[in-house]
Design a protein around this ligand. Structure first.
Ligand SMILES: NC(=O)c1ccc[n+]([C@@H]2O[C@H](COP(=O)([O-])OP(=O)(O)OC[C@H]3O[C@@H](n4cnc5c(N)ncnc54)[C@H](O)[C@@H]3O)[C@@H](O)[C@H]2O)c1
Length: 246
């Protein structure tokens, strides 16, 4: 499905991002695993290279414009193109709005929102030149409101609006821009949530199970294929029905 494509996956060292990396690599896509923490990304790249896939790891902070631009330039000079950008890196710094610290507000908006826009900006010209590109952003079911996540919810709401606007701006260039809004997915991020809160969450999920990174990566694969060329500007909830009742 993705043969000869080159993909940059931010936050690809673990969790959902690592599953997207595995899935794309198995489709003969060259995967560049970009993460602020290099070691897991490098281990994943080694694992995939060992299986005969094309993978490399790079340390990248998505909030650092100089780093973002140089990673994109380096990929294009090494591989000739950059076809797919998966803006997956994200963080939480939860607190009730009343008590939230300014630093926690700023950090979450910087990584989740600015850290989606900057890599997107860096890939636009090269994708436009090729008249083909796929950008897939990451929101969350929290955009519908979640106690303790004012910063996170606002950042992901911003990602949806960013997606719609970039989709319009790039529509005539063969580039689609879409967004996936996961529900509660079993990754290190969800494992940090206290057990009693996790159980309460589970009760609210109509299909009565947490999602897996595979559930999310399946949609990434489809949205990045040629079969999805008529889908742009959309946000698709992959949440076992959780958003229906919210
Ligand atoms: N797990 C869930 O239930 C869930 C639900 C909704 C949305 N999401 C979203 O899905 C995405 C992936 O979530 P996850 O659960 O796999 O999280 P995770 O914490 O397991 O992985 C996130 C990755 O992003 C990296 N990262 C953090 N800051 C970075 C930065 N500044 N630059 C580059 N990399 C950075 C981390 O090192 C980590 O490898 C996030 O955007 C998250 O908000 C997750």
């Amino acid at each position: 499905m993705l043969t000869n494509r080159v993909a940059l996956i931010t936050g690809g060292g673990r969790g959902i991002g690592a599953e997207i990396v595995r899935r794309f690599a198995a489709e003969n896509c060259t995967v560049v695993i970009a993460d602020i923490v290099l070691e897991p990304a490098a281990e994943l790249a080694d694992e995939l290279i060992g299986k005969g896939y094309k993978a490399e790891a790079v340390q990248l902070d998505v909030t650092n414009k100089t780093q973002v631009n140089s990673v994109v330039e380096e990929i294009i000079s090494r591989h000739g193109s950059l076809d797919i950008l998966i803006n997956n890196a994200g963080i939480t710094r939860d607190a009730l709005g009343l008590r939230m610290k300014e630093d926690d507000w700023d950090a979450v908006i910087a990584v989740n929102l600015k850290g989606t826009w900057m890599p997107s900006q860096a890939v636009m010209r090269p994708m436009r030149k090729n008249r083909w590109g796929r950008i897939v952003n990451t929101a969350s079911v929290a955009v519908l409101g979640n106690v303790g996540q004012a910063n996170y919810s606002a950042s992901k709401g911003g990602v949806i609006s960013l997606t719609r606007t970039l989709a319009l701006e790039l529509a005539r260039s063969g580039i689609t821009v879409n967004c996936i809004a996961p529900g509660a997915i079993m990754t290190p991020m969800l494992k940090e949530v206290p057990e009693d809160m996790r159980q309460k969450y589970l009760e609210r999920i109509p299909v009565k199970r947490f999602g897996t990174p595979e559930d999310i990566a399946n949609l990434h694969l489809f949205l990045c294929s040629d079969a999805a060329s008529y889908i742009t500007g959309q946000t698709i909830f992959v949440d076992g029905g959780l958003s229906i009742g919210m």
